[in-house]
Design a protein around this ligand. Structure first.
Ligand code: ASP
Length: 441
């Protein structure tokens, strides 16, 4: 058994959190590859080291002295170094970085040092080898990861040294320049490492006990989801559930590696397991609604024309208008003589008049109706497809709570139902659906 464990910034913010990580690693000998973020926030108004590094870069770029900000960064690591009783010469590492800082230093190099330094400290603390991600994670010159080469590089390293700590968030281009992922990218490093060495599991350790059934800012103490499929996760994340960096899933999904979201502050909590599918017996106890997520501020543009169904190319010409205005389309619910185009309001607010006039020219509709301030809410569940009557229960519950449904859509794979409600009913709808998800099994 071989597990890759990635720890997020909130799990690595102080010496105390380092201790928790060590306990987790020591508790299971199969946790051999550890991927770390940079130190995150220790308290609400604290600043993440990565953010400090971005500020540091801005100082250098605009020739503002950066010693103070760099000093703050050093202090974060010194505190961890001291509290964990480490002996490595961290000041030497700081000096090496400081001496390389000038106007030409790339932002990617500067911000990657957050992970680099944290991995150095964690490696000593765990007694594992440090492996610089610049030595194995290869980016092509087009900015995309060279998976094949990266996999080969890391598996060779792990063959020689199975217990390692790897900095997340960055790799290097073939000419040796540091390149980072977008923010939150250590999740991706962990996934690539897991795929590279064909790990049995990828554990993503964070500060919550898994993915919640609904947003905890809306529902009090929502239940963590036990099992979720990759497809369900995609629906939930797309509709606003903030879980993993969206590029994380690909490498582990491709290699069918189970992914766990676990809580560093509660190591024995089960967390959420993400897999391609679940065997029937494991699925018996899971709820019909796996999760609920949603976003506000959409517009529904409804185009009506009698006998529209006879006019070949009507929908295409309509959609071309949206394409011309570079407006991404979220959904297209339709009936016989009308259909609607659902878009994020932010994409049309500055060009709505022009779009309407272009639609009139392109498809000459009988009417165009616009509904703004619409929330889209996704009710996601792999068991929705096999359960007769769940849609009825959803609509009954919403009706009983005086929530008017403005749009309904179900994906062809039947793992989600998306409803549109007025923004003012956003929270209420999620609460009602959450209550329903608790009772429906
Ligand atoms: N430290 C980086 C960030 O804050 C990457 C990560 O934590 O995943 O975005």
């Amino acid at each position: 058994m071989l597990k890759v464990c990635k720890f997020g910034g909130s799990s690595l913010a102080s010496g105390e959190s380092f201790e928790k990580v060590k306990k987790i690693i020591d508790a299971d000998k199969s946790r051999m590859v550890v991927v770390v973020s940079a130190p995150g926030k220790r308290f609400k108004d604290d600043i993440k080291v990565t953010d400090l590094l971005y500020i540091c870069h801005a100082h250098i770029k605009y020739s503002v002295p950066f010693t103070d900000i760099f000093e703050q960064i050093k202090e974060r690591y010194r505190l961890i170094h001291k509290s964990c009783g480490l002996t490595q010469d961290i000041e030497y590492e700081f000096d090496k970085i400081a001496s390389s800082l000038n106007k030409k230093t790339s932002v990617d190099y500067i911000v990657s040092r957050g992970e680099y330094l944290n991995a150095r400290l964690m490696a000593e603390y765990l007694g594992f080898a440090f492996v610089d991600s610049a030595s194995w994670l290869v980016f092509n010159f087009n900015g995309k990861v060279d998976f094949e080469r990266s996999y080969k590089n890391l598996s060779k390293i792990i063959e020689e040294n199975p217990r390692v700590v790897i900095p997340g968030f960055y790799g290097a281009t073939p000419d040796g320049n540091i390149k980072t992922f977008s923010r939150g990218g250590s999740d991706i490093t962990g996934a690539i490492a897991a795929a590279a060495i064909n790990a049995d599991m990828y554990e993503n350790w964070t500060d919550v006990s898994g993915i919640m059934t609904a947003d905890p800012r809306i529902v009090d103490n929502p239940r963590p989801i036990e099992n979720v499929t990759f497809a369900e996760l995609r629906e939930l994340s797309y509709m606003g559930a903030d879980v993993l960096h969206e590029e994380t899933v690909f490498p582990v999904r491709q290699k069918s590696i189970p992914l766990y979201i676990k809580n560093t502050n509660d190591m024995n909590a089960r967390g959420t397991l993400i897999m391609e599918s679940f065997p029937d017996d494991e699925d018996k106890n899971s709820h019909f609604i796996t999760g609920i997520s949603g976003k506000k501020n959409f517009s529904i543009i409804t185009i009506a024309k009698s006998r529209m169904n006879d006019e070949i190319g009507y929908v295409r010409r309509t959609l071309e208008v949206f394409e011309r205005f570079q407006v991404p389309i979220e959904h297209i619910p339709s009936s016989i003589d009308s259909f609607s185009v659902v878009v994020a309001s932010s994409h049309v607010e500055n060009c709505m008049h022009e779009i309407i006039s272009a639609l009139n020219d392109a498809v000459n509709p009988d009417s165009i109706k616009i509904d703004n301030e619409i929330s889209l809410i996704a009710i996601v569940g792999r068991k929705l497809a096999s359960n007769i009557g769940i849609a009825g229960k959803i609509f009954t519950a919403l009706g009983e709570n005086d929530i008017n449904i403005k749009m309904i859509e179900q994906g062809a794979d039947e793992i989600n139902i998306i409803i549109g409600v007025s923004d003012r009913n956003f929270k209420k709808t999620i609460k009602v659906l959450y209550d329903l998800s608790e009772v429906e099994q």
